[in-house]
Design a protein around this ligand. Structure first.
Ligand code: Z5A
Length: 206
């Protein structure tokens, strides 16, 4: 029996996480591996309500409020969805997790300020009882990702931000990759959907 694994997908806007997760989940099904697919912010009833607040363009949020809402949603998600699934022996495949907080809030909002990053690290330490076994960083240049994203639905509160914000987010993901080389695997997200899918399966080893 394969050990239950917690896999997270990260990347800047429009890199193709949703598409990649669709393919990865189909692969798990082919292998007969039981999994739960989920996302952040969201993934549980209260967390999904918080997601609406976070993504709505009508929400006016202080950066501290945004950060703490991310962690409130995460606590709901962890305790109602992620931990029960792992306890039941299922894999958890999650679209975004803690590295998004470091990247979007720590670097995007707070510009990589050391004190802000230390606060986020403390929140992770205090409120995140299980780290991912593997995090896949879908690495694509920001401009290409933004172009891919434009082909879809209307922009939300994050997607309306400018390229400079997403450049900082990219720096945040690179920072996390340098800091956690054993957990985070960088996957070239350029090329066709199938090429990316193969790289992901190789990176996870399934
Ligand atoms: N956020 C945060 O700030 N802090 C946190 O702690 C957390 C999250 C957890 C959630 O948005 C927002 O929350 C997110 C960060 C913030 N904001 N942003 N930006 P979301 O869940 O609604 O959206 P997203 O996570 O950013 O994903 P996305 O923009 O929807 O994109 P995607 O899932 O990575 O891409 P996709 O939908 O699979 O693909 C985009 C398009 O490209 C689509 O038309 C595909 O058909 C196409 N595509 C996909 N792959 C390819 C390849 N290989 N070639 C060509 N075209 C492709």
């Amino acid at each position: 029996m394969t050990k239950a694994r917690f896999i997270t997908f990260e990347g800047t806007e429009g890199v193709g996480k949703t598409t990649a997760i669709d393919g990865f989940c189909r692969h798990l099904e082919d292998l007969g591996i039981a999994y739960v697919r989920t996302r952040e912010p969201g993934g549980a009833d209260v967390a999904e309500v918080i997601r609406q607040m976070l993504l709505s363009k009508d929400s006016v949020l202080h950066d501290d409020t945004e950060l703490l809402l991310m962690f409130a949603a995460r606590a709901d998600h962890l305790h109602k969805t992620i931990l029960p699934a792992l306890d039941a022996g299922k894999w958890v495949v999650c679209d975004r997790f803690i590295d998004s907080t470091v990247a979007y809030q720590g670097f995007g909002r707070f510009g990589g300020d050391k004190q802000a990053l230390a606060r986020i690290e403390l929140l992770i330490e205090q409120f995140v009882p299980c780290l991912p076994d593997v995090t896949l960083w879908l690495d694509l240049d920001v401009a290409t990702g933004m172009m891919r994203a434009k082909s879809r639905s209307q922009a939300d509160r994050f997607e309306s931000l400018d390229t400079r914000f997403f450049d900082q987010v990219y720096q945040g993901l690179a920072h996390q990759f340098a800091k956690h080389p054993n957990r985070i695997r960088r996957v070239d997200a350029s090329g066709s959907v199938e090429e990316v899918a193969v790289r992901i399966r190789q990176a996870v080893g399934v």
